[in-house]
Design a protein around this ligand. Structure first.
Ligand code: NAP
Length: 251
């Protein structure tokens, strides 16, 4: 296995301001990476600024940029900005996503479209636009969900809109063989962030904890090392979805 240093490498982190994405930004910055910290909502701008400062404090370079990644021109603008600023692109790590926990008969057309817009369409075009600008031996990682290996109600529109990403990842990874770019997904278990708590049903957290070998929810700290590994040495994993969830679900 060859090891790749991240010093000076350019890493784009979609949703990189807070929660899982925030930790990933700080983690790659600690390796000396140059980090493009993406955020979406105005309410996340302050977190993005804090994450940029934290990245600089641990030895990386960073800047924040806002975009709604459901819009292809915005995705193109974001990657053009990153390449204009830093001159290259080594990795794209996409943590952007939305979830609701509604039974299928309650899901509205607007909710369906909103979830597919970011979880499927946004993921597709972030991967594609990253690939167009990425250096050889680069890395593309997209976050999906351990629900892709679960048998459950309430998450039809969430898990259903993440599921196509596995096919995007298979196809793109194969298409990029000659450029040695590895393309993978990471599927965390139910993870202790507001994203989980906003969608969870009463009692769901206790059930989820009972399904993991830690007796706890997935923590962002359980996941970031897998990103670190894929970016620095794990390029023989390609086209895969890595279920990182303490055994919550398997496939
Ligand atoms: N927490 C869990 O239980 C869990 C479990 C498995 C997988 N995951 C996945 O892990 C990833 C990170 O989740 P997290 O728990 O760290 O929650 P999070 O911080 O809420 O991450 C979701 C991110 O998606 C961004 N986003 C939403 N709509 C967007 C849009 N239209 N354009 C661009 N960005 C948009 C949000 O940005 P703004 O807030 O700025 O709008 C936010 O940064 C997600 O993809 C999620 O599906 C989470």
């Amino acid at each position: 296995m060859t090891t790749q240093s991240l010093r000076g490498k350019v890493v784009f982190v979609a949703g990189g301001a807070k929660n899982l994405g925030g930790l990933i930004s700080r983690t790659v910055a600690r390796h000396g990476a140059r980090v493009a910290v993406h955020y979406n909502s105005d309410s996340t701008e302050a977190a993005a600024k804090e994450t940029v400062a934290a990245c600089e404090q641990v030895g990386g370079e960073a800047f924040a940029l806002q975009a709604d990644l459901t819009k292809v021109p915005e995705i193109r603008r974001v990657f053009d900005t990153v390449v204009d600023r830093y001159g290259s692109l080594y990795a794209s790590v996409n943590t952007a996503g939305l979830a609701i926990g509604h039974v299928m008969t309650d899901v509205t057309e607007e909710e369906f479209d909103r979830h597919f817009a970011i979880n499927a369409k946004g993921a597709f075009f972030v991967m594609a636009e990253a690939a167009k600008r990425m250096e050889d031996h680069g890395k593309i990682i997209t976050f999906v969900s351990s629900l892709l290996a679960a048998y459950t109600g309430r998450y039809s529109v969430y898990a259903g809109s993440k599921a196509p990403v596995e096919h995007f990842t298979r196809a793109l990874s194969k298409e990029l063989f000659d450029r040695h770019i590895s393309v993978n997904n990471i599927a965390p278990g139910p993870m202790d962030t507001p994203f989980f708590w906003n969608a969870a049903a009463p009692g769901e957290a206790d059930f989820s904890k009972s399904m993991s070998n830690t007796g706890d929810l997935t923590k962002i700290e359980d996941i970031a090392p897998w990103v670190e590994f894929l970016l620095t040495g794990g390029s023989f994993a390609n086209g895969q979805t890595l279920f990182v969830n303490g055994g919550f679900s398997t496939r």
